[in-house]
Design a protein around this ligand. Structure first.
Ligand code: UT7
Length: 319
């Protein structure tokens, strides 16, 4: 029994915001710096009032439509997010309520930019165990809410959005291998070290990052985990038809592809237009490449994410 991907969907809020738009808003930056260092040209930023659950809902509805599955058929809903609408209830329960599903298992996964890979791996294990048969897995974020707009080293890097997939139990191949790892000793290099206490925010409520440490860590673990899932499945990384790495920086994506011997023409890239949407980046890129026809049935797709924690995860699937 496999967990087979039968639908994808995504949602981006509003209109693209270019690097020049950010400079025009008073951020001390310029298009040339951002493009050279990151490959990012634009991103989408949610209006006040737009939430992760709303973006996730729209992505989910598109994925369900492609799958031909009604919300009432779902027995598992997992949302990967670090920017939930509320402390509780979970964003998964909010989306479940908006979809009109009752009774499915629903919960959030907090593994930051590796969140979608974690959520997919967890859903796959539920399905393979036989306990669940139709899963909705969503990555949804409004990272713009946790950015310090005075910190040009981080605020230009991120964007908002959501992506979703529908999985079903199937005798036909689907997810072939998954892996998830973490190293909590690296929690200091990327974090939002604030909390709510006694009705006040204490600590720092904004995203903080040691960019160069994150960069080196990301290239290393994205290569290692890609090798790991390919070994599990008994294939070489060069046998992968499409690589969809976390979309944080084109230089990380290119360095990873090079280390794995996967040519640029086999790597899906959206970071130029979406920026880093954390847990949403991989399902957004996946949906784009499925809908524009690049990813075809029967092809092998390797998805991978890395983020705060530190966390990293991957899934190799036959589409
Ligand atoms: O989801 C995972 C999360 N994140 C990542 O994967 C990000 C990983 N890291 C990176 O992508 C890169 O480290 C960054 C893009 C964040 C930074 O690139 P860098 O080459 O490591 O630059 P830097 O931080 O060393 O900064 C170089 C210079 C500094 O100026 P000085 O001190 O050399 O005069 C910065 O102040 O660039 C300056 N700078 C900027 N200039 C214009 C930093 N941000 C900006 C900016 N516009 N937005």
């Amino acid at each position: 029994m496999f967990a087979r991907l039968i639908g994808t969907g995504s949602c981006l809020p509003g209109k693209p915001v270019s690097n020049d738009d950010l400079a025009a808003r008073g951020i001390d930056t310029n298009d040339e710096w951002i493009v050279t260092r990151t490959g990012i040209r634009s991103r989408y930023l949610a209006e006040a009032g737009m939430t992760s659950s709303e973006l996730g809902l729209q992505a989910a509805q598109r994925a369900l439509e492609m799958a031909g599955v009604g919300p009432e058929e779902l027995d598992l809903i997992i949302v990967a997010t670090s920017t939930p609408d509320f402390i509780f209830p979970s964003t998964a329960c909010l989306i479940q309520g908006k979809l009109g599903n009752k009774g499915a298992t629903a919960f959030d996964v907090q593994a930051v930019c590796a969140g979608f890979a974690y959520a997919l791996g967890i859903a796959e294990k539920f399905i393979r165990s036989g306990s669940h048969s139709k899963a909705l897995v969503i990555g949804a974020e409004v990272f713009s809410r946790i950015l310090d707009w005075q910190d040009r080293g981080t605020c230009v890097l991120f964007g908002d959005g959501a992506g979703a997939v529908v999985l079903e139990a199937s005798a036909k191949p689907g997810i072939l291998a998954t892996a998830m790892h973490a190293d909590g000793s690296q929690s200091g290099i990327l974090n939002v070290p604030g909390q709510i206490c006694g009705g006040q925010v204490t600590g720092d409520p904004f995203l903080r990052m040691d960019g160069q440490s994150v960069f080196k860590f990301a290239v290393r673990v994205l290569s290692e985990i890609a090798e790991e899932v390919c070994t599990q499945a008994g294939i070489q990384t060069a046998d992968v038809d499409w690589l969809i790495p976390h979309q944080a920086n084109i230089r990380i994506i290119e360095a990873t592809g090079k280390k794995l011997g996967i040519g640029r023409d086999k790597v899906i890239v959206t970071v130029d237009r979406h920026g880093n949407t954390s847990a949403a980046s991989v399902p957004l890129a996946l949906d784009e490449a499925v809908r524009d026809g690049r990813i075809q049935r029967g092809q092998r797709v390797l998805l991978e994410g890395v983020g705060g924690g530190f966390t990293w995860g991957a899934a190799l699937l036959e589409f």
